[in-house]
Design a protein around this ligand. Sequence first.
Ligand SMILES: [Zn+2]
Length: 181
Amino acid sequence: MKFCSECGAPVTLRVPPGDTLPRHVCDACRAIHYQNPRMVVGCIVEWADRILLCKRGIEPRYGLWTVPAGFMENGETTFGGAVRETLEEANARVEVGPLYALYNIPHINQVYILFRARLVDPDVSAGAETLEVRLFTEAEIPWEEIAFASIRHALTHYYDDRRQGDYKFHMGTIERAPVKS
Ligand SMILES: [Zn+2]
């Protein structure tokens, strides 16, 4: 951040009085511009023994598969955001079930929140940011073409839980992928 969104004056990165971390502080109007992690909300959408995946039509990870999920909007609930993203990306109407996974991803300042959800009807199609939507059986899941580590983790747990007939809540932290040497 270079300029204040309140008044347009330059900002300086410094620790405000009483704070512990550097913030962008406006030199003119004194506004403090906090930057905090963003929430990504989405659904593992079930239809009989299948789940719904979307092939991404936008960067990052264009052309790879993921569950419907996206950034939560102001004024929205977590499950409301998950329903909206699922409708936008897959034209899929769902009934949201239990909270399934929460992943901290500190190196990109995101928190993923995933619910299980039941598809109301199998009439789904690609939304504006999606190339293709498909209902996959476990054997068909394109594990090598899953867009995000968080989603690969969640789906791995999901199928383990399903085999045991017991869906547990999963919380974890996704670390930065090690640099390949
Ligand atoms: Zn300002």
